[in-house]
Design a protein around this ligand. Structure first.
Ligand SMILES: C[S@@+](CC[C@H](N)C(=O)[O-])C[C@H]1O[C@@H](n2cnc3c(N)ncnc32)[C@H](O)[C@@H]1O
Length: 170
């Protein structure tokens, strides 16, 4: 299942409805752990590039925190060394964040960790989803990743990140 929302309350509600005790959750954009703290009894791998997040997130139990940019392959590889699959992928880079970037982040991380469920907070993606009408072709996924690409392996660093995000520091 893939769930999309914009309001952070709905994002948290969606996530809490999906997670089970003992689940492995990868959370991208955890900030100060407002959502992470609700994931009691889960093994959480949380990533954020805000310096503010470091002390707070390192102080949480059951959380392995990585300070880094989720667009970078090295950051994904660091998580992959710890865990190769997750039950739930949660992505909140900020509700108004560029939808193209959020979709690429979803594509890369979900193709790698093959979550059963993904929860995404992003206004642009929600607007697109609510507005678009698909053709009769039956492409859909019962998983938290795109089944069309499930055999593609771990995607390499996507070139567009370099082309479209000039402020990205390596
Ligand atoms: C709205 S906050 C997340 C709030 C959090 N999910 C919660 O429930 O409290 C968005 C977070 O995404 C992080 N973020 C944005 N772009 C990022 C990126 N490329 N890599 C890592 N973190 C990023 C920001 O640092 C910020 O902490």
């Amino acid at each position: 299942m893939i769930k999309l929302s914009y309001n952070i309350k709905n994002y948290r509600k969606d996530l809490l409805e999906i997670v089970n005790e003992g689940d492995t959750v990868i959370e991208l954009g955890c900030h100060l752990g407002g959502t992470t703290k609700l994931l009691e009894n889960c093994n959480v791998f949380a990533v954020d590039n805000s310096p503010e997040a470091v002390d707070v997130m390192n102080g949480l139990d059951n959380v392995y925190f990585i300070s880094g940019d989720v667009r970078l392959h090295d950051v994904l590889a660091e998580v992959f060394k710890k865990v190769q699959k997750c039950d739930v992928l949660a992505i909140d880079l900020g509700g108004g964040y560029h939808p193209d970037t959020v979709f690429k982040v979803f594509y890369i991380w979900s193709s790698t960790f093959k979550p059963k469920h993904t929860v995404i907070r992003n206004r642009g993606l929600l607007e697109f989803f609510n507005t678009a009408t698909g053709s009769a072709e039956d492409y859909q996924s019962g998983e938290g990743y795109l089944e069309s690409y499930h055999d593609s392996g771990i995607p390499p660093q996507i070139k567009e990140f370099d082309l479209w995000t000039p402020s990205l520091d390596k």
